[in-house]
Design a protein around this ligand. Structure first.
Ligand SMILES: [Zn+2]
Length: 529
């Protein structure tokens, strides 16, 4: 029997691999200036000041611009080269003057070149929004500075930690994700599972090739040897009855929440630039972008990002689906307001990309009016997706895929994202796929489920690790089959295979945020008079 020490040892090897996935090539010199103005491209007529990192900075409502120039060193030749910078704030990155992606706590690297050329010069600008204070969510909680949704500090200063050029150590990088996926799968399986025992034994044996004290390039060679030993474990396929999890790249961006609209505009640019760049690097990746209002902002303010979006769309990797112009509250608006959301939303995607959505994608709205199915039918929306009703605090909603009937009897095919741990901000790993599937209640009518994958609420999007893990999970024995899909395609598959769909008639009420809409006394007075 495998003793717990085996798992601990495997974890230690995984940490060794993670620390050595990249090699540091060059620390970068940084200059900065700060402004309350919004620039859509790096400004040239400003004076820059050199800083040494780590650099304390931060002032509310202010953007800090960083600049660096460098030539790729000899060691970068022929390797995948990345910029790694940690300003610890939502940051848009411009490479040679054009916006290309973003940095935040879950996206700390940006690919500069798949195959570096020694001596090639780059100029990089970065724009970090330094955030602002936000009152605690409860009177007992103090104010905090929101830097990104996932990162808050009690007060300024924030800290720009480091900026450097790094290159991928291919064998170590590959082995890290191979082993990460296998190990996560093994520890998610039943303790009596033969697959679990084989993986743990196989990883332990394969890792015997690695030496903790090894330096490069020995460690890279040892990783290549270990990867060969691990390969058969990754090649094991499922039988006939494996469920599927459809992965939909996603980044939830509330159009207006804890930040000004000026920041929503920058959030859209950062997120879309990053997702379009991943689409170019990972041809299997598909991203849903649900609010055409935000795409219109990017079209108007960041034409280079919009051009990258159009390229991803032409490659079938960008799904501008969601129906509404912005993801709207669905408790208070009048019917006409709903209809206008679809008219304006569809007209926008038709004009920009020649596309019309077929899905109401509303993962984060706090309840849904019984008038909606009829309006959706009239607006030629076929599907509805949310995750929010899973937040019910008392009654478990009885279905995950069902026909939702409105007040006139119209039926809409409705699908709930079942992931509980991350909700609509999902991550890809065997344990998460298994969790999404475990929560499907009616497996007799539903063979697959959607998981929306990517950091959200304040944007961000799918992570590199999600893309790497998904590559190993297309059909891996013991894990649900996983593949990137357009939501529309995934829903087509889910409902084509589902027979005898259950039905729900009437409002979809969220049993959690009760009283939300009359927390403001003016609303309360209006609605009770
Ligand atoms: Zn939201």
């Amino acid at each position: 029997m495998l003793i717990p020490k085996v798992e601990n040892r495997i974890r230690q090897y995984l940490e060794l691999l993670e620390r050595n996935k990249y090699e540091s090539l060059l620390a970068l010199d940084i200059e900065y200036f700060k402004t309350r103005e919004t620039f859509r491209l790096p400004p040239d007529k400003v004076s820059w000041t050199a800083v040494s990192l780590p650099f304390p900075y931060g002032e509310e409502w202010t953007c800090y611009w960083w600049r660096t120039s460098f030539a790729l060193p000899q060691k970068a030749a022929g390797r995948a080269v990345f910029l790694e910078a940690k300003p610890r704030a939502d940051t848009l990155v411009f490479i040679d003057g054009l916006p290309c992606g973003a940095l935040n706590p879950v996206h700390e690297k940006i690919l500069l070149d798949k195959s570096g050329e020694a001596g090639r010069r780059y100029t990089v600008h970065m724009e970090s929004y330094a955030g602002h204070k936000y009152p605690g969510e409860h009177p007992s909680k103090p104010d905090r500075v929101i830097l990104t949704l996932g990162l808050q500090i009690p007060d300024y200063p924030n800290l720009f930690e480091s900026a450097s050029l790094i290159a991928k150590n291919e064998a170590i990088y590959g082995l890290y994700y191979d082993a990460l996926v296998l190990f996560d799968l093994a520890i998610s399986l039943d303790e009596h599972s033969l697959r679990r025992a084989r993986i743990l034994r196989g990883l332990y044996d394969a890792f015997a090739s690695l030496r903790f004290e090894a330096r490069m390039p020995e460690l890279e060679n040892q990783a290549a040897t270990a990867a060969k030993a691990v390969a058969p474990l990754l090649a094991a396929r499922n039988g006939d009855s494996a469920p599927a999890v459809h992965l939909v790249g996603h980044a939830h961006i509330d159009h207006a929440w804890l930040w000004p609209i000026a920041e929503t505009e920058r959030k859209a640019a950062r997120t879309f630039a990053t997702m379009a760049r991943y689409a170019a690097e990972f041809p299997e990746f598909v991203f849903i972008q649900s609010q055409s209002a935000q795409l219109e902002i990017v079209e108007r303010e960041y034409p280079a990002v919009f051009a990258a979006v159009k390229t991803a769309y032409a490659a079938g990797q960008w799904e501008p689906n969601g129906g509404m112009w912005v993801e709207a509250d669905c408790n208070l608006p009048a019917g006409e307001s709903f209809v206008r959301q679809f008219l304006v939303g569809k007209a926008a995607t038709r004009r920009m990309l020649g596309y019309e959505g077929d899905t109401l994608w509303l993962p984060d709205v706090f309840g849904y009016s019984a008038a909606l199915p009829q309006i959706l039918k009239g607006c030629e929306i076929e599907y509805f997706v949310t995750s929010k009703i899973n937040w019910n605090d008392t009654t478990r909603f009885p279905y995950d895929s069902f026909v939702w009937r409105g007040i006139d009897g119209s039926g809409i095919k409705t699908h709930f994202i079942t992931m509980r741990t991350d909700g609509y901000n999902g991550a890809v790993s065997p344990s998460r796929l298994l969790e999404a599937w475990r929560h499907v209640q009616h497996k007799e009518v539903q063979e697959s489920v959607i998981s929306s994958i990517g950091e959200g609420d304040g944007g961000g999007g799918t992570k590199r690790s999600d893309l790497e893990c998904a590559r190993r999970l297309a059909d891996l024995e013991g894990a649900p089959k996983a593949g990137w899909r357009k939501a529309s395609v995934a829903l087509g598959e889910i409902f084509a295979r589902a027979e005898d769909l259950p039905e729900w008639k009437g409002e979809l009420y969220l049993e959690l945020l009760d009283g939300l809409h009359d927390a403001d006394p003016y609303v309360h007075v209006d609605r009770s008079s």
